[in-house]
Design a protein around this ligand. Structure first.
Ligand code: UD1
Ligand code: MG
Length: 449
């Protein structure tokens, strides 16, 4: 059955004390709403609708970066969760299949949990609500279950003492046939303690119509919503712990996983070795058997199989390392392809460049890629040998099997197999150093007398 996601992201999040709309705050480098969407991917949704309100333009712009197909519904006034879902009605007009409502500020719902909700729908429940046993039920809505049937949800403010004693709480995640959902929402009023249109009311309305409703439960940890910076920091820690555990389970070796930081989309191949104190920014893929050595920072890059990176290396966006490549200490790579088995082992900057297979880049080499206005490319051929401390003033090409002399400033292309030398010729003066030192020492002795 086709599925559709509705992610509520209109709230202001005033407790974040931020200019940024709450759902744009990041966990693992991805905005909160992206985590909700990602959990929903397991349902292979046909439609994704993001309901935006506060900071709507900014949220819409960010959403387009992640998924150009995402539909945006505007909720200009926040009149409650049912009102928010109602704004998605146009985007889902005529849609067949189930609609899942998720909150944009609740990043940890597991895909398996949503699959269990889909299964409960397939099992005949018209409305399925995700509940959890709360350690401290606080102000959550309470699920009223009688004889295994979910009868209604009562909001804390409207609950009786007996209802407040219920510990089975509403996570906010709800699923129903799309057409049924909007039909039920049409019947929701706002005659309650908050004067809001409660999405939770659809359960009682469905029951009154003789429809079956069910609750699926999950651990409380999944339902954690972010309302404050402290909760955001806690969410980051939870996210990192989850990703570390997943990586280890998937066959990655990590000697000190608690010191490794993941992004939402970090991909580590089997038997990759990740040493301590590594930071993965967004967009990193590390292939099998590669080694990321201690204190390295990677973002927007691809590390080939068996490649070795670091210690103390920095891979910036567009770094593409071929299989068996080696990037050593204090080396920065940006927008550059490093061919198979090529080595850049020490103290170098390689940016806007192509380095051929098996090339060797000597210590202290710099691709001078920027003239102050434009960026230019450097091409280094296969098996080329770049002498230590070569300045490659781009645009420039060093051919296959070519060499440059140490300390050269290379401004012209070096053809295949040639040696490029671009440095002052050495002058040697016999005995000069000794004489100079003697005269300096004599001058010093005179001064101190
Ligand atoms: C809601 C539930 C409650 C549940 C709790 C779980 C209702 C009526 N209550 O309460 O049963 O236990 O979540 O956290 O649904 N939003 C909009 N537009 C609106 C209102 C809300 O987009 O007009 C979004 C918010 O940004 C937020 C989510 O919906 O992401 C939930 O809204 P919130 O105001 O936090 O609802 P609660 O009162 O916490
Ligand atoms: Mg809330």
């Amino acid at each position: 059955m086709p599925a559709h996601l509705i992610v509520l992201a209109a709230g202001q999040g005033s407790r974040m004390k931020s200019e940024l709309p709450k759902v744009l705050h990041r966990v693992g480098h991805a905005p909160l709403f992206v985590h909700a969407l990602t959990a929903g991917e397991t349902l292979e949704p046909e439609t994704r609708v993001l309901v935006v309100g506060h900071g709507g333009d900014a949220v819409q712009a960010e959403a387009a970066n992640y998924d150009p197909d995402i539909r945006i519904a505007h909720q200009t006034e926040q009149l409650g969760t049912a009102h928010a879902v109602a704004q998605a009605c146009d985007a889902l007009k005529g849609a067949e299949g189930d609609a899942f409502v998720l909150y944009g500020d609740t990043p940890f719902i597991r895909p398996e949990t949503l699959s269990r909700m889909a299964a409960a729908r397939a099992g005949g429940a018209a409305v399925v609500v995700l509940g959890f046993e709360a350690a401290d039920p606080g102000r959550y809505g309470r699920l009223v279950v009688e004889d295994g049937t979910l009868e209604r949800i009562v909001e804390f403010k409207d609950a009786t003492e007996a209802e407040r004693a219920i510990t089975l709480c509403n996570s906010g995640v709800i699923c129903a046939d799309a057409a049924t959902l909007f039909d039920l929402i049409d019947a929701v009023g706002n005659d309650n303690a908050s004067g809001e249109y409660y999405l939770t009311d659809i359960v009682g309305i469905a029951r009154a119509r003789g429809l079956h409703c069910a609750a699926v439960t999950c651990p409380e940890a999944e339902t954690m919503g972010i309302n404050t910076r402290a909760e955001l920091a806690r969410a980051e820690a939870i996210f990192q712990d989850r990703r570390r555990a997943e990586a280890v389970d998937d066959g990655v070796t990590m000697t000190a996983p608690e010191t490794v930081f993941f992004a939402y989309d970090t991909h580590l191949g089997r038997d990759a070795v990740i040493e301590p104190h590594i930071v993965f920014g967004p967009g990193v893929t590390v292939e099998s058997d590669a080694q990321i050595r201690a204190f390295s920072h990677l973002e927007g890059c691809h590390v080939g199989a068996r490649a070795v990176v670091g210690p103390y290396a920095r891979l910036r966006p567009g770094a593409e390392l071929g299989n068996d490549a080696k990037i050593g200490n204090f080396v920065e790579i940006k927008s550059a392809e490093i061919g198979e088995g090529a080595k850049v082992n020490h103290l170098s900057y390689v940016g806007d460049a192509t380095v051929g297979a098996k090339a060797n880049i000597g210590a202290g080499t710099v691709t001078c890629n920027y003239d102050g206005v434009f960026k230019h490319r450097t091409e280094i051929g296969e098996r080329a040998f770049i002498g230590s401390s070569t300045m490659l003033v781009a645009p420039v090409r060093v051919g296959d099997d070519a060499m440059t002399g140490s300390g050269s400033v290379i401004t012209n292309d070096v053809p295949d197999g040639a040696l490029g030398l671009g440095r002052a010729k050495q002058v040697t003066k016999d005995g000069f150093a000794k004489r100079l030192m003697a005269s300096l020492k004599a001058a010093k002795a005179k001064r101190t007398n």
